[in-house]
Design a protein around this ligand. Sequence first.
Ligand SMILES: C[S@@+](CC[C@H](N)C(=O)[O-])C[C@H]1O[C@@H](n2cnc3c(N)ncnc32)[C@H](O)[C@@H]1O
Length: 241
Amino acid sequence: MYALLSQEGNLYLIEKPGTYNYDEGMVEVKEHHINNIPSYVNSSKGIRFVLFEPYDIDLFEKSFERYAQIIHEKDLGYLMRRLSLNKNAVLLESGSGSGHATIFLSRLFRHVDSYEKDKRFYETTKRNILLFKVDNISLYHKDVIACSKTNYYDAILFDFKDACNIRYIEKAREVLKPGGIIIMYFPVVEQVMEAINNLQQAGFVNVSLREILLREWKTKPFRPKNIMLGHTAFLIEARKV
Ligand SMILES: C[S@@+](CC[C@H](N)C(=O)[O-])C[C@H]1O[C@@H](n2cnc3c(N)ncnc32)[C@H](O)[C@@H]1O
């Protein structure tokens, strides 16, 4: 896969050399352009394109197959900072959904075990992992309750409806290393209240609750945009002693 970024700021992904037609005109990508990336190609309308290997952000914006509700990037960014543990750390994640958090978090961990119980979501995540060429993820088509690696994980990310249930919180305590960290992502306050109650009951400490707000601005003229993203989800964090 290769990326073509035009002077106008439009980005396109291509698979191989060939002739491509865009609003900016016809672009002929030859073998020598590919062999010399980053390289430049002019379109039939004289607009310059740069050809390069796409970054994750390009693959995500252009080719990521989205099926389930993904963790919003404003939350994922914060979460990635909290889950930057060390280069040997291992993560348990559930559910995989479309694999959005799975793929970006895999950059931070030595290994990620990701559980997804729904076949369609499991298949979607599998395709997205292939697209991003990630090789440190084990994807399981199973309920996460089946995970049986006692005291094994440095961190857990739970993003599924029933994760607030005591069964799943007890499971998290069983598989997490002492000192390990759990982060849970819930859109609804009732789930948050149940999860916090159950985390405390299961002996987790340093339980904290956050919501992250993002305000985008226009740059012409400089002012906040009128419409703001109202709510995505709450982030709960806790440690196992
Ligand atoms: C909101 S999505 C997760 C999205 C994902 N975090 C992302 O960023 O792409 C929730 C997923 O959890 C899966 N799920 C629900 N309960 C589960 C369980 N007990 N074990 C494994 N997966 C589960 C659902 O099928 C669904 O795909």
